[in-house]
Design a protein around this ligand. Structure first.
Ligand code: NA7
Length: 890
């Protein structure tokens, strides 16, 4: 039904003469608002854009300070929705200046005739959802109110400047400016003494420019930031050629990349590279002058691992020292309080070199905090500085500020958004909020937004929203609202993603830490642009999962649920495996499956270095067996863990769980001896079990020769290896030793029954399938033997066994039998600790450096093993990481 007809039935308030009635109201005429308006018009919706400024541009309208530029290469920081538009505009530089970007946005507004639907100089005062008409009523400070069905916030992430927060600002007799609200006519700095407070991107871009003109400039720095040279100039020929070679492919690659810029996913980890190789990569990145390059292309662990990150950070610190002549100033400019990339790094032009100029003074506020601003300048607790001009480059109330702090928004039942977000932003997909029907945020908190190339994220959001509005209209729905379940699930997924990154280790505007009193938590979605896009698409493909849809003449639809329940890295790995379209392993035959596994393992990241890795032979139940020994770098003797690899008694060998053994060796400070026990179908039940026991006995007898601590023997195993470890403990108890101090069972096979719920819930789609487990059992053990405790330890006698740590994964067919074993052991009086890992699959803990979210579980496993061996909980020699902030907003 056309909106005009709806309007004839609308309430008095919306019918008043001073109300503009449209399908959609959009706030903001920046990058997002312009594109949304274009799309809405093309889709046949009536729309109005409300814009406080006098013209289009958004961020680029307000941020006119000298030196303001984008810091994503302009070739990527452009609209991509219309190839003709792309051809019609040529950027003059690698990083365009603010005036050029503003000209571009003006050009776009003209080309699509957008200005006629934009009300400039119009600030929104209030937005209220009317439950009776299912419409939003928007009041403004200039002209008619607006009644709309859909309300879209295209308000930008960094558009509400932070107030100065420093006493005495009003007393200052000189001039005061904010970088985020720079005068249109510019500011004459010639011969002036200028103070700049703040060294984020705005400060770092403007300080070198100020220093060219001003008589003297004093920079008040609270926290030093990482900055790298932009090496600005003409557009790099290499990228231009790539784009022009195949524009569509280039843009598509950007859309599915992690940051919205077409760079490949880096797979090599730092410890696989020599010092020289790392330096070479770093120097190349430094010379490239490209934030996305240096943040994503050095080595795979730089953004997720403190050690991998420290290498980059040290190399950048070296660069700062090389440029800044005075060592004390260099030290003050060098960041040490956050991992590189955890706080927004900057691109600069001559920033560090500026401090070599005689007219530039750096004041380190960590050593002398500002006490107040006075009539003549700034007073710290050590000195006072008389100045003519103070520039605040102190940043923004980011992400939520422009949505929440600018005007009150009341949703269903009159609930205000500020109260709902008091503990931090709650959203579904960063696009919608439960209780606020038909309200959409473009690049809102909970979406990749500021951690991505905004141009790509804006287009994705605008397309998704307008496509939804079209689909609603076609189906006769008039409201769309996120459910509480979906929103809570998204918060969990956001937190899971944030745990993977290092953002939790820095106090930044990403986390709300820059605004006093603001709730803290990682606000942007850290899972990457491509994965995010696929999730948004999945929501649609699953029938608008997590949304309630209503309309006057159609039945209500609510497909409630959470869109992502897997850990983010598990989701990626399973997605990649699904794309590979592999034949089921059980169809490959035993040797074929072994060959496949060997090939598969070649592609995984190499395990981390340990003190020593050696090979040897030990005595099994029926002859010699190979083993691999992993020794910690610390001086011995060390407790020994006898380890049994996974592979369903059919696949794998003593080195197939190499990364896991290395990781656990490092974390526990213990020797791991991985045993190459015999496999089925060549050697069927009870060969593996008997080998496990015999190997453990042999290792106990040879503890001293192996460098182990006598009397401190433990066993561990994953999957079928967990089965062998559990069985070994029972056999050792029943056959007179050896003494075992503890058992670590990771996703173990413990029983021959397939009727527990996890077998049906997770029987397919999570790599270890029900079909594969049937095949393993058939190859190893005939049905008549399956209740024997040597293969089904759950059916054995359970008292008197060593203390156990049992880890199970939510999306694993073996989950419930692992839990059953833990519960049965506890019932029998065995001390048991359980880890029920949410969102993980069968291989989560052994896919070291692939499933990064498995780290916490492995840490707990290592602590348990150390407790079993009477050692203090932590074997790590690493300096403790900085204070962690809550990963979830709110
Ligand atoms: P940022 O990056 O938030 O930087 C603000 C800077 O101002 C930062 O160095 C702050 O130090 C400093 N600051 C903020 N408040 C104070 C007070 N009260 N006293 C002293 N120093 C203060 O904002 P920008 O405008 O530079 O950049 C915003 C984004 O725009 C940028 O990241 C790009 O995405 C584009 P702190 O680090 O909080 O100690």
């Amino acid at each position: 039904m056309p909106e005009a007809m709806v309007e004839t039935r609308a309430s008095d308030a919306t019918r008043s003469a001073s109300t503009q009635v449209v399908d959609v109201a959009v706030v903001g005429a920046g990058f997002a608002g312009l594109y949304i308006l274009h799309r809405l018009r093309k889709a046949g919706f009536s729309a109005v854009v409300l814009e406080e400024a006098a013209d289009v541009g958004g961020t680029w309208y307000w941020n006119r300070y000298p030196g303001a530029r984008c810091d994503i290469q302009t070739i990527d920081y452009s609209y991509t929705f219309d190839p003709e538009l792309e051809k019609a505009w040529t950027w003059s530089e690698k990083y365009a200046t603010q005036p050029e970007i503003l000209r571009y946005l003006g050009f776009v507004a003209d080309r699509y005739d957008l200005r006629r639907d934009i009300r400039f100089g119009t600030k929104v005062k209030q937005a209220t959802w009317d439950d009776t008409t299912d419409r939003w009523l928007i009041t403004t400070d200039n002209g008619a109110s607006v009644s709309c069905r859909y309300y879209i916030m295209a308000t930008g992430c960094l558009s509400a400047p932070k107030p100065p927060e420093i006493d005495g600002v009003k007393d200052f007799k000189g001039e005061i400016y904010f970088t985020g609200r720079w005068p249109h006519d510019g500011v004459n700095l010639k011969g002036k003494r200028v103070a700049v407070i703040g060294t984020g991107s705005s400060g770092i871009q403007s300080i070198p420019m100020f220093a060219q003109d001003a008589a003297h400039i004093t920079v008040f720095q609270r926290t030093p930031n990482f900055a790298l040279p932009a090496h600005n100039g003409p557009q790099p020929a290499e990228r231009k050629t790539m784009l022009e070679g195949d524009r569509a492919a280039y843009r598509e690659q950007a859309r599915w990349s992690m940051a919205g810029v077409p760079y490949p996913q880096q797979t090599v980890v730092s410890w696989q590279l020599s010092d020289a190789e790392r330096r070479e990569r770093f120097e190349k990145a430094w010379a490239a002058g490209d934030l996305v390059h240096i943040l994503t292309q050095l080595w795979a662990d730089q953004g997720v691992d403190v050690d991998g990150n420290a290498i980059v950070a040290d190399l950048i610190r070296e660069k700062i020292r090389e440029v800044v002549k005075d060592p004390e100033i260099a030290a003050a400019l060098t960041p040490h309080d956050h991992p590189f990339g955890a706080k927004r790094p900057c691109l600069d032009t001559n920033y560090y070199a500026t401090y070599n100029q005689p007219n530039v003074t750096l004041v380190n506020l960590r050593q002398e905090p500002i006490q107040a601003i006075t009539a003549t300048g700034i007073v710290t607790d050590k000195r006072s500085f008389d100045v003519d001009i103070i520039v605040f480059a102190t940043g923004f109330d980011a992400m939520t500020g422009a949505i929440m702090a600018v005007h009150p928004i009341s949703g269903r039942g009159g609930k205000s958004l500020s109260s709902v977000w008091a503990g931090g932003p709650q959203t579904y997909l960063g696009l919608t909020v439960a209780g606020f029907p038909n309200l959409f945020m473009i690049t809102g908190p909970g979406s990749p937004s500021v951690l991505s190339n905004m141009a790509v994220s804006i287009e994705q959001h605008a397309d998704w929203v307008v496509d939804r509005l079209v689909a609603l209209r076609d189906a006769g729905f008039t409201t769309m609202e996120a459910t509480e379940t979906a929103q809570a699930g998204w918060a969990r997924h956001m937190a899971d993603c944030a745990t993977l990154t290092l953002h939790r280790l820095a106090n930044t505007w990403y986390t709300g830490a820059n605004v006093p009193g603001k709730a803290q938590g990682v606000m942007p979605y850290t899972g990457g642009v491509g994965p995010y896009r696929s999730i948004c698409n999945e929501v649609v493909a699953q029938g608008m999962l997590g949304f309630k849809l209503t309309g006057p003449n159609v039945a209500e639809q609510c497909n409630d649920g959470e869109v992502v329940r897997l850990q983010p890295d598990v989701r990626l790995v399973l997605g990649m495996l699904a794309q590979m379209n592999l034949p089921p392993i059980e169809t490959m035959g035993a040797q074929g499956a072994r060959d496949f596994l060997n090939e598969f393992n070649k592609a995984r990241p190499a395990g981390r270095p340990v003190g020593e890795v050696g090979d040897g032979m030990l005595q099994g139940a029926d002859g010699p067996l190979p083993y691999k020994l992993y020794r910690p770098a610390t001086s011995g003797p060390h407790p020994i863990v006898v380890y049994f690899h996974g592979g369903g008694w059919v696949l794998g060998d003593q080195q197939s769980d190499d990364p896991f053994c290395r990781d656990m060796c490092r974390r526990t400070g213990m020797i791991f001896v991985s045993v190459g026990y015999r496999h089925a179908p060549e050697h069927r039940f009870p060969a593996a079990a008997e080998d496990g026991y015999a190997a453990t006995r042999w290792i106990a007898e040879h503890t001293t020769e192996l460098g182990g601590t006598p009397g401190r023997l433990l066993v561990a195993g994953w999957s079928a290896g967990g089965n062998i470890a559990a069985v070994t403990c029972q056999l050792a108890r029943d056959r007179g030793g050896p003494e075992i101090a503890g058992q670590l069972l990771v996703s173990p096979v413990t029983d021959c029954s397939f009727d527990r719920p996890s077998y049906s819930e997770n029987g397919t789609g999570y790599f270890l399938t029900r079909g594969l487990m049937y095949w393993f059992w058939d190859l190893y053990c005939s049905p008549a033997d399956r209740t024997d405790p040597r293969v089904a330890p759950l059916r054995g006698k359970l008292d008197g066994l060593p203390p156990a740590f049992i880890a199970t994964s939510e999306f694993d067919p073996l989950r419930d039998e692992g839990i059953a074993y833990a519960e049965a052991l506890a019932k029998a009086g065995v001390p048991v600790e359980q880890l029920k890992a949410r969102g993980q699959f069968h291989s989560s803990f052994t896919m070291v450096d692939v499933i990064i979210t498995g780290v916490n579980g492995r840490m707990k496993m290592a602590q348990a093993l150390r407790r079993f061996a009477d050692l203090p909980a932590d074997a790590s020699e690493r300096t403790p990481p900085p204070r962690e902030i809550n990963v979830a907003a709110g």
